[in-house]
Design a binder for this molecule. Structure first.
Ligand code: FES
Length: 140
């Protein structure tokens, strides 16, 4: 857990360190384990319940490793207006990838937009470009 201690040390003196630490823990380990919750709580002088409450509140934090790849497709109004419906069949046909709906990735003017499992976002998606992204994601 040396890496976890390093993560805590990096952020613990910043204002509001809990969320950046949890994001980094998830980025490094793929999820936030009970042991990580305990270590983060100790490092920030918080109760385990406080840290667990934050982890469970935010849908993007995972407490167990996922056995599948999740791609987030924006289905909010601006992306709907920019043609996300054209991507629906591609999403339905995706093998090895789970499509999760999100409501805005901050790319409204250049939608439709999606976020890959690694966190990179893509805009101006077409059925062809989205299919290629999903294929690459499934091959990881
Ligand atoms: S509505 Fe899709 S990125 Fe904002």
């Amino acid at each position: 857990m040396q890496k976890l201690d390093d993560i805590i040390a990096t952020y613990q003196h910043q204002s509001g360190p809990l969320l950046p630490i949890l994001h980094e823990v998830q980025a490094v380990y793929g999820h936030i384990s009970e042991e990580a919750i305990r270590t983060v709580a100790n490092g920030l002088n918080l109760s385990r319940a406080e840290v667990h409450g934050v982890v469970s509140f935010y849908h993007d934090f995972k407490t167990a490793p996922e056995s599948y790849t999740v791609v987030k497709l924006c289905r909010a109004e601006a992306c709907q207006a920019r043609g996300v419906a054209r991507l629906e069949q591609v999403a339905a046909d995706a093998d090895g990838v789970v499509i999760e709906t999100v409501y805005c990735l901050g790319l409204c003017a250049v939608g439709p937009a999606a976020m890959m499992a690694g966190g990179e976002v893509h805009a101006r998606l077409t059925p062809e470009s989205f299919a290629a992204l999903l294929q690459a994601e499934a091959a990881r």
